[in-house]
Design a protein. Sequence first.
Length: 300
Amino acid sequence: MCPVFFRVLPAGGVSCRLCLHIHHDGRCNLESRLDRLFASLREKGSTALMPFVCAGHPAPGSLNEVIPALEKAGASAVEIGFPFSDPIADGPVIAAAMHEALQNGITPQKIFEQVRTLRDSCRLALIAMVSVSIITRMGTENFMHRAAEAGFDGIIIPDLTVEQSAPFREAADKEGLSFVLLISPTTPDDRAVQIARSCTGFCYLLARTGITGERKEAPEIAERVAVIRQGCAIPIACGFGISTADHVQAVTRHADAAIVGSALVRRLAEAGENAPAAAYSYTAELCRGLYVRDEREETG
């Protein structure tokens, strides 16, 4: 039994934001949305596409139109980036989107409000990707509470080390949020396993070194995934430089999910007012590359 957040219904009972069912005891006996997502995918032999979007880009209210389009196209979860004036490891496309979003007046409070509006109708897992500086500025427990109350299912903190993570993980656990850290390609194997074990929901494996951006070649992640799976059972999502259906297939042949960021953000910027249509068509194209495992295959 894990605590979740509910909307009180006028006729009695509560609507669960986790499973979208009505409960009368104020509690849900299901795991988190991300836990259920990966359990369902594992049972089906399927994998997930996890797009990244920047809140407030290309327009202040874009989340309310773009995320439903991503869901309709076949995405299983969405990372929502909180714009930051000094983005960590982000290439020129995402850095420019964050700058534009800040110019558009986006704030954490506005992001929470938009997610709250989306949550009642959206079945996707929604994950906040946010710098530790934003969290500490608001207060760690306060940020986690407001994120969960708005309807986020998890949080990724890209600039937090595993040594610093304990109070953030505790605050996330308290609010029922999955807690995700990044694993770099240059991280030693034993440390990579340590980071994965510190995560809940999934761990985020970076496919390449350097900054985010589109690449021509698919990343090689098989050995890295095998090392993590030997030491930890948590699902693995892989991102950085993934931009085609072939890339998605190459990644999800080994990992549980593929994360696509810069390539999608660029298309949304180019589409402007037609961003929802661009989000749908590109995501649908990427989803065609999702790897489906044969029943006889070993999944780790």
